[in-house]
Ligand binder design. Structure first.
Ligand code: CP
Ligand code: NVA
Length: 301
């Protein structure tokens, strides 16, 4: 049996494959709107392991499998043997005998890699401490739907240099756009990724400079899941990077605002921006469903 294809980092895809997923996601969205029934994944099962909470990722993968004629099973550590110490590699070997793909949301990125190392089925990263590649599929689909190709565009990341920011760094290089990151030095993004993608990324500590003439402004929560203890000490450092109407005005006239959600109004973004006319966050969240259906088909068919 040949090695399964995985989606653990954005770099598991070529630019052509990433762009094909965006096109297929757009087509699957239109097909569903037309009321067409699709059963490409009939009789297939996706296992989902969540070490952390989720609304969008769980719902979009579960609904996505159902809409493609398949089924999804949720395994939380609390009610599976994972919570009682069964090794992740043994869990992977067992699931390979029973289901057709696995999606994991973990604290440590290495947990997903350990799972994938022995897996006979495709493995999807549903968020780790390092990356959130599924969100990038949805974000890129959203940009393309609204503004056309992202190649050559300018995207600004404001706030914590976290897993989402790291995924934007990878994607800037992969799809060929410029990413301007403004964050406090305390929460710089992954240094190795920054170095690898240096040709496409500009790092500054000045929010205004990063927003100038940008086509999209993107942010995320100040404290990621599992890092909430640091949140008070970081809040002061992150305050100047809050996305405000004032900062949005520095960007291009038709710039969009994106956020993977959940959002904290009054922290990383003001309510006026999140609920304002440039915000596309609900379309972006909805695109998780369509983009991941395209991904599931690519990995499983
Ligand atoms: N954006 C995102 O992954 O949301 P959830 O944590 O609700 O899955
Ligand atoms: N950076 C956030 C994203 C949540 C979807 C976190 O890891 O909690």
């Amino acid at each position: 049996m040949s090695n399964p294809r995985h989606f653990i980092t954005e770099n598991d895809l070529t630019r052509e494959q990433f762009n094909a997923l965006i096109s297929n996601g757009i087509e699957l969205k239109a097909s569903r709107k037309r009321g067409e029934i699709r059963d490409t994944l009939r009789n297939r099962t996706l296992a989902m392991i969540f070490e952390k909470a989720s609304t969008r990722t769980r719902t979009s993968f579960e609904a996505g499998m159902v809409q493609l004629g398949g089924h999804a099973i949720n395994l939380s550590p609390a009610d599976s043997q994972l919570g009682r110490g069964e090794p992740i590699a043994d869990t992977s070997r067992v699931l390979s005998e029973m289901v057709d793909a696995a999606m994991l949301r973990t604290h440590k990125h290495s947990t997903i890699e350990q799972f994938a190392e022995v897996s006979k089925i495709p493995v999807i990263n549903g968020l780790s401490d390092l990356l959130h590649p599924c969100q990038l599929l949805a974000d890129m689909q959203t940009f393309v739907e609204l503004r056309g190709s992202i190649e050559g565009a300018c995207v600004t990341w404001l706030g914590a240099g976290n897993n989402m920011c790291n995924s934007y760094i990878n994607t800037a290089r992969l799809l060929g756009f410029t990413l301007k990151i403004a964050c406090p030095p305390e929460v710089n993004p992954d240094a190795a990724l920054l170095k690898e993608c240096a040709d496409h990324v500009e790092l500054t500590h000045d929010a205004r400079e990063a927003c100038a003439n940008s086509d999209a402004i993107v942010t995320d929560v100040w404290a990621s899941m599992g890092q909430e203890n640091d949140s008070q000490s970081l809040a002061d450092a992150l305050a100047p990077y809050q996305v405000t109407e004032d900062l949005m005005q520095l960007a291009s006239k038709d710039a969009i605002f994106m956020h993977c959600l959940p959002a904290h109004r009054g922290e990383e973004v003001t309510a006026a921006v999140l609920d304002g006319p440039q915000s596309v966050v609900w379309q972006e969240a909805g695109n998780r469903l369509h983009a991941q259906k395209a991904l599931l088909e690519m990995l499983m068919l």
